[in-house]
Design a protein around this ligand. Structure first.
Ligand code: GLU
Length: 289
């Protein structure tokens, strides 16, 4: 236990992001119900502590692919491949929500679905509406479940990965803490899967250009879309918007209550509000980074 993390106990509004690779069985790609169950139980318990919880979840495309028995998303043209992906996400998002609804109901919590695109943040009216909806849901004690609206998001309006999306949500609702659950322990000085000398970084006080560069060279898992690069972009959005962010390993979902009990888990990126950080402008330029 570290006193440095004690203050995390006081966090009130928490966004948790979980990626496809943490929700599926590696061998089959099917949903891992035990992990999903544990995730929902942890989130409900956080809610029962009187905190506000938002879940950002991937899995729509992966679940949809399985449902229509597709191994890969391939098509003769890019446009057709996009249509296949969007169709899969339409099937999968509904299935995913069905599962979440069932599990949250078992713990007596009400869950809601919010699907977003880049426009939700860039467009002033959309952003205003989204903010109001989140605020109202949280006031009602509901747990919003967020994903990108993959069924309509083409390149021009897609955020593209849920690491970034979760940071955008955290910034939009002025969350106190964003937790990215991933298949790695946190940030290392190099890719630990390739370099045994890589050292673990417990805390990042400032996101320097060197750190951001380091992220660019990393790739992600084959399932989700996020590697370390997208996690560092998420950290940039979150910390610049005064939100602390933790990357932690989803191997044991119980890491969530340990983090909120002040235990030293994962890598903590310290919030340091940047005056003049313009969320809509940053999101508008996302693909240019
Ligand atoms: N929105 C995508 C999905 O639900 C996943 C994006 C990601 O993995 O970051 O399938």
């Amino acid at each position: 236990m570290s006193s440095l993390r004690e203050y995390i106990k006081d966090k009130k509004r928490i966004v948790v992001k979980i990626g496809s690779s943490s929700l599926q069985h590696r061998e089959t790609g099917d949903l891992d119900y035990i992990r999903l169950e544990k995730l929902v139980r942890e989130l409900c318990d956080i809610r029962n502590q009187g905190k506000e919880v938002v879940l950002v979840t991937s899995g729509a495309i992966a679940v949809g692919k399985k449902a229509v028995h597709l191994k890969e998303i391939t098509a003769p043209t890019q446009a057709e491949a996009m249509a296949v992906k969007q169709a899969c996400s339409a099937v999968g998002q509904a299935r995913l929500m069905m599962t979440y609804q069932k599990l949250f109901a078992e713990y007596n919590q009400v869950a809601a679905q919010i699907l977003m695109t880049k426009n939700t943040v860039v467009d002033n009216l959309n952003r205003y509406n989204a903010h109001n909806t989140f605020s109202q849901l949280l006031r009602m004690g509901v747990i919003p479940i967020v994903n990108e609206n993959d069924t309509v998001a083409t390149y021009e309006i897609e955020i593209g990965d849920n690491d970034t999306l979760s940071a955008i949500v955290a910034a939009l609702i002025q969350a106190d803490l964003l937790i990215l659950l991933s298949d790695i322990d946190g940030l290392y000085t190099d890719d630990p899967r390739k370099n045994p000398e890589a050292r673990f970084i417990e805390q990042v006080d400032e996101l320097t250009d060197d750190l951001m560069e380091m992220g660019k060279s990393s790739t992600g898992s084959s399932v989700g879309t996020g590697g370390m690069n997208t996690k560092l972009i998420a950290a940039k959005i979150a910390t610049s918007s005064n939100v602390d962010m933790i990357i932690a390993n989803s191997r044991d979902i119980g890491v969530l209550h340990r983090i909120l009990a002040g235990e030293k888990e994962g890598t903590l990126f310290m919030a340091h509000q940047r005056e003049g950080f313009d969320l809509p402008a940053f999101v508008e330029n996302l693909h240019k980074f």
